[in-house]
Design a protein around this ligand. Structure first.
Ligand SMILES: [Zn+2]
Length: 347
């Protein structure tokens, strides 16, 4: 099977993406980022897809503007989708989770280029109580030559000596945590592993994420919008409806208490098909959110007006930090191919 990178390069260098543009281009797009920080040297970076450099982010903004794309706030995108105002193609920038590097490294770029942005902050992350299991797992594996697993009936030792061992262990353990354990058991498992490895989960969370004071500072900037992202960053489609509602509602209340307003916009944690489904799209609507974004890949089309709590996004993936890949995403080609040229993917 051809690799994704090979397909992207073939689309680009053949010029096929230009021919496909009338089919693949939407009226706008919502970019998704997580962390913005300088490139790291480590050989083991299993979460590298969630990080882009400040230089790449700035280049993408410059190239989008040169292509005639207007950067607007999420609130303005909501208005345009509702009113069918598509005179000019637009882009919205969103960043998930609430990492401190958003304030330190991304904000100065947004300010320099007058780009509105939305940070979807999980209140558990801002309070330092969320496990951030994917980053904890990276750190535990990175800092140890073996990882001992003792959880229920599972007693196992995984080698994490070489870089290849580390990647294999990360793949195995992240699948176990995200797919095999339920959402509550996964947190007990990562706490057990962190205890065994001497990793302070709360300290890690506090060192990486903005606290409420920093979120208040960010919210005071005219370009910023702060959205909700659940209390504990769970894949809510894997929870009971009661638990899912609780996760969303408690997060909204906490935002109101700390930041003064109930958030109007929401991002589903993880946000793929198994993390957010039709029940959840309705749930966030019924709880009062105006608009919600997933991580399903896609540009925006006028028909999304009927699916405002199930919007797709365009991921700026740290493994694809080249201008040509960003151009393909801007033209929508890989996203349209992924969706079989269906414009709406919300069921
Ligand atoms: Zn998230």
């Amino acid at each position: 099977m051809l690799g994704y990178r090979t397909v992207m390069d073939a689309l680009y260098f053949s010029g096929a993406y230009r021919a496909l543009a009338p089919l693949s281009r939407g009226c706008g797009m919502i970019y998704m980022l997580h962390r913005v920080l300088p490139a790291r040297e480590n050989a083991f970076q299993p979460n590298a897809l969630l990080e882009v450099t400040p230089e790449f982010l700035e280049q993408v903004i410059i190239d989008n503007k040169a292509a005639g794309i207007e950067f607007i706030s999420l609130g303005e995108a909501y208005r345009r989708l509702r009113e069918g105002d598509f005179a000019r193609r637009f882009a919205v920038v969103t960043l998930d989770d609430g990492y401190r590097d958003n304030l330190q490294n991304a904000y100065p770029i947004f300010a320099r280029h007058n780009v509105p942005f939305t940070v979807f902050a999980s209140s558990g992350i801002a309070s330092g109580t969320c496990e951030l299991w994917w980053l904890a797992l990276e750190r535990i594996i990175d800092e140890n030559r073996e990882v001992r697993l003792s959880f229920g009936d599972i007693k196992e030792t995984l080698a994490t000596d070489t870089v290849a061992d580390k990647y294999a262990a990360f793949a195995r353990l992240s699948k176990w945590i995200a797919c095999e354990l339920d959402e509550h058991a996964q947190r007990r498992a990562i706490r057990d592993m962190a205890d065994g490895a001497g990793l302070d989960l709360e300290g890690m969370c506090r060192s990486l994420a903005m606290d409420w004071d920093e979120l208040r500072l960010l919210k005071s900037k005219p370009l910023a919008t702060i959205g909700g992202h659940t209390l504990g960053h769970h894949a809510i489609a894997r929870m009971s409806e009661e638990d899912a509602r609780d996760q969303i509602w408690q997060d909204m209340e906490r935002h109101q208490h700390e930041l003064g307003d109930i958030p109007e916009y929401f991002a589903f944690p993880y946000g793929g098909r198994t993390a957010a489904g039709v029940r959840d799209f309705e749930l966030v609507h019924n709880l009062g959110y105006k608009l919600a974004v997933t991580t399903r890949p896609g540009q925006l089309f006028p028909g999304h007006r009927s699916y405002l709590t199930a919007l797709p996004r365009v991921s700026l993936n740290g493994l694809f930090q080249k201008r040509r890949y960003a151009e393909l995403l801007r033209e929508g080609t890989p996203l349209a191919i992924y969706n079989g040229f269906r414009k709406i993917n919300a069921v």
